[in-house]
Design a protein around this ligand. Structure first.
Ligand SMILES: Cc1cc2nc3c(=O)[nH]c(=O)nc-3n(C[C@H](O)[C@H](O)[C@H](O)COP(=O)(O)O)c2cc1C
Length: 306
């Protein structure tokens, strides 16, 4: 059997199949449907300094091969996360990566400071600089190289834990933002967050999402995610965690060929919360069939025509 363990920064994960922020709650919602100890890591939903109600409904709609959401970062806030979730994570059996969002540099910093001031077994932080569904902040950072580098540098000073910047596909040049993250001291980048989209009901003439635009996810965005990962792979040396439209082990292999060391499964969890375990088993079988000891030789090895 292949050795599926991977190393990102100084953290080792038992396998490269993670679950994506916002699609697996706080990691505790489906105990009878999935054995989370088999998951490489759980990325918890974005946490902000203060609790957020999120956007008014409708904030989720199905689209061809995907869905659009505009949840607007509904979450319990960092105080409750510390008091209620951290004790649970001591027992959960899967590494936890906490996703953090903010509407200003200070907010990101305060959340991280609060987290670092308490003892916890969180293995790292994924910084959401790419949320398309909030009025302020979020994506403002992820579309600006200087702000990305500055934010990464400030957060780097505060923690030795894994620091992952989550990139937006809604930019002109994702490689430039990845490079700024690397220059700022990030251990890794994850790509991608959702793609800005819109859904209209032609019968009623109404927009299907309260905030007009939302974030498209699911199989519809896999080609976007693959292109982003491949571009980033050609620009930075830090590891890349691929995200977007993954539903099976073939998708995972494609993301690895494009340059990912690990992946996150998102929207597919809504159909089957246990899907990452199945993907992991299939990935294992594939590596055995190919007589590969690990995924190492596959990373970034896509055969391009040039
Ligand atoms: C309902 C929903 C909520 C999400 N919430 C967050 C979030 O809180 N923070 C974040 O960084 N990404 C969030 N995402 C984005 C996912 O983590 C992921 O980047 C995106 O959905 C693409 O992956 P997928 O096509 O596999 O779903 C959310 C996605 C969905 C569908």
């Amino acid at each position: 059997m292949a050795d599926l363990s991977i190393k990102i920064g100084h953290t080792t994960f038992k396998n490269p199949i993670f679950v994506a922020s916002g699609t697996f709650g706080y990691g505790t919602e489906n105990p009878e449907l999935v054995d989370v100890s088999n998951i490489g890591a759980i990325v918890t939903k974005s946490i902000t300094l203060n609790p957020r109600e999120g956007n008014p409904p409708p904030r989720i709609v199905e689209t061809p091969s995907g869905m659009i959401n505009s949840i607007g970062l509904a979450n319990i806030g960092v105080d409750k996360y510390i008091n209620e979730m951290l004790p649970v994570y001591e027992e959960i059996g899967s590494p936890i990566i906490m996703n953090i969002a903010g509407s200003s540099m200070e907010e990101y910093i305060k959340v991280l400071q609060q987290m670092e001031a308490v003892s916890s077994n969180i293995v790292g932080y994924e910084i959401n600089i790419s949320c398309p569904n909030v009025k302020e902040g979020g994506m403002e950072f992820g579309v600006d190289c200087n702000m990305t580098e500055k934010l990464t540098k400030e957060l780097r000073k505060l923690t030795d834990r894994l620091l992952i910047m989550k990139l937006s596909p809604n930019v002109t040049d994702i490689s430039a933002i990845a490079t700024s993250s690397e220059n700022g001291g990030a251990d890794a980048v994850s790509a991608v967050n959702t793609v800005v989209g819109m859904s209209i009901d032609h019968k009623t003439g109404k927009n299907n999402i309260y905030t007009t635009y939302g974030g498209l996810s699911g199989p519809a965005i896999k080609p976007v995610g693959l292109a982003c990962v491949h571009k980033v792979y050609n620009s930075v040396k830090i590891p890349i965690i691929g995200i977007g439209g993954i539903v099976n082990s073939s998708d995972v292999i494609e993301y690895i060929l494009a340059g990912s060391i690990a992946v996150q499964v998102g929207t597919a969890n809504y159909r089957d919360p246990g899907i990452s375990e199945k993907i992991l088993n299939d990935l294992n079988s594939y590596l055995d069939e190919q007589e590969l000891d690990s995924i190492d030789s596959l990373i970034g090895s896509v055969k391009t025509y040039d």
